[in-house]
Design a protein around this ligand. Structure first.
Ligand code: PNW
Length: 483
């Protein structure tokens, strides 16, 4: 018999100790009609959910839409799981009214969607296709009628193929075309949409699409070319911010949604917290830091060496055009420790035994939702933050009755929201949270095999079913508290 664990029950142990008399009264205090003390969020906290155009819309050849790099990439043999494409996806293009009804039923306060650039400009520039904006206009009207605030992303990875054919993000011209497209959207939607995000996850689509080639357009650029493409994207962001301001109705807010490196001190001590603070700037130097500070850090430039991007002072000024809010997409924690190296910090690799969700890269680190917004707000003096994505992939096998008990996703969300609550209670200016995703959808190169939704989608019938996590999130929204 193990010496560490006694076979005696807790009750026997308690009875043999001074605890015994206290037990009945302790039990009596538990009131099963009530939940625990609520971890409440401030009044008006925006509970939302997010999707992206190519991941849910389908209807890729309808109403004059031009092809995007994801149409090309997904139709190239061997690039995606099972050869899955977004041709049909969730057929949200046709089912959006029913999806809005489902959002309303859940109690969503806000919905983050993205606009498919090739619907509006089939070849990326030139004459607009009016049927393109018409779809998003109807989507926005439907959301507003349901009492749901639209948060609109302009670029969630579906670059018009015609622009890629001319160099894509390797070409400076693409930045100008993006700004023209952004201005057009502001012209047509800013009477009803009050929050625009230029890009979703520059870091992901540059590194995965142009760096290691596992996403569209599937290129593996050398470091100098990769840095230049990245520079064109941050420049496109700045130009688009200016174009939106020039075309939008007053009061419209502009920001972006970036999967920053979410630095978390390995231990909550001043030296490691300091290291995580330095790392926040340096690990995000090519993206959020240059956008918010208007300069590439010395360490970034020296780390890139001869491969550093070529830029002008005027470009840096454009890149740093003031924005109103920052969206943080947060899935994992990036652990940081203090170091005596010149950088002053070191990233801590994940041990092999670290658990992950269905996606191997998705290793839960709930403290990221405490530290990342807190450190970002202090480093860059940000006044308005949204968690524009947070969520998890789960195996999501329906029971015979069709229920999906995604308890792992519920635990993930509860743990992250508890940490977010901690940040908000300390006054970190997080104004809203968007769970990724509202429903299972086309998970890029992982196709339909990887599910992130809080609604289960049967892709053969397009039936949507709330998972346990949707019921959970409904409680969070209704109580405005961690449930
Ligand atoms: C984000 N990684 O992508 C995107 O914004 C969504 O479109 C996507 O569906 C969601 O997260 C879930 O993956 C990421 O490898 C893709 O670290 C890959 C990574 C991170 C984010």
């Amino acid at each position: 018999m193990s010496t560490r664990f006694s076979r005696r029950t807790f009750a026997q142990l308690a009875a043999a100790s001074a605890l015994a008399p206290a037990l009945p009264s302790f039990a009596a205090k538990l009131d099963s009609s009530q939940s625990s003390t609520p971890l409440s969020f401030p009044k008006g906290f925006l509970w939302g959910s997010a999707t992206a155009s190519y991941q849910v819309e389908g209807a890729v050849k309808e109403d004059g839409r031009g092809p995007s790099i994801w149409d090309t990439f997904s139709h190239t043999p061997g690039k995606t799981h099972n050869g899955d494409t977004g041709d049909v996806a969730n057929n949200h293009y046709h089912l959006f009214q029913a999806d809005i009804a489902l959002m309303k039923d859940l109690g969503l306060k806000t919905y983050r969607f993205s606009i498919g650039w090739p619907r509006l400009f089939p070849t990326g520039s030139g004459a607009a296709n009016p049927r393109g904006i018409d779809f998003y206009s109807r989507l926005v009207d439907g959301l507003l009628a349901a009492g749901i605030q639209p948060y609109c992303t302009l670029y969630h990875w579906d670059l018009p193929q015609a622009l890629e054919d001319k160099g894509g993000w390797q070409s400076r011209d693409t930045a100008d075309h993006f700004a023209a497209y952004a201005g057009y959207v502001a012209d047509h939607l800013s009477d009803r949409v009050k929050h625009f995000m230029t890009f979703n996850e520059m870091h992901s689509f540059i590194d995965l699409g142009y760096g290691n080639g596992i996403h569209a357009p599937g290129l593996k650029l050398a470091p100098a070319a990769l840095n230049q493409a990245r520079h064109h994207v941050v420049l496109a962001h700045g130009l688009a911010v200016q174009a939106i301001r020039a075309h939008a109705k007053p009061g419209v807010k502009v920001g972006l949604a970036e999967n920053i490196t979410c630095t978390v001190p390995v231990i909550d001590t001043p030296e490691h917290v300091h290291a995580a603070t330095i790392a926040m700037r340096e690990e995000n130097a090519g993206y959020l830091n240059v956008i918010l500070e208007g300069r590439y850090t010395d360490l970034f430039l020296s780390r890139q060496g001869a491969a550093a991007p070529k830029f002008t002072a005027a470009e840096l000024k454009t890149i740093a055009s003031p924005i109103d809010f920052v969206g943080i997409n947060c899935y994992t924690a990036d652990f940081v420790r203090a170091s005596t190296s010149p950088a002053g910090y070191a990233m801590v690799p994940y041990p092999e035994s670290y658990p992950h969700m269905l996606s191997p890269w998705l290793r839960p680190g709930p403290e990221a939702l405490y530290w990342a917004p807190k450190i970002a707000a202090s480093v860059w003096n940000i006044k308005e933050i949204y968690i524009t994505e947070n969520g998890a992939s789960s195996s999501d096998i329906p029971t015979a009755e069709g229920a999906v008990y995604d308890t792992d996703r519920v635990c993930y969300l509860r743990n992250y929201l508890t940490q977010l609550h901690r940040a908000v209670s300390e006054g970190v200016p997080v104004r809203g949270y968007f769970v990724w995703s509202f429903m299972d959808n086309y998970e890029w190169a992982d196709g339909y095999g990887t599910r992130f939704g809080i609604h289960y989608v049967d892709f053969a019938t397009q039936k949507r079913t709330p998972k346990l996590s949707a019921h959970y999130y409904r409680q969070v929204i209704a109580r405005n508290a961690v449930a």
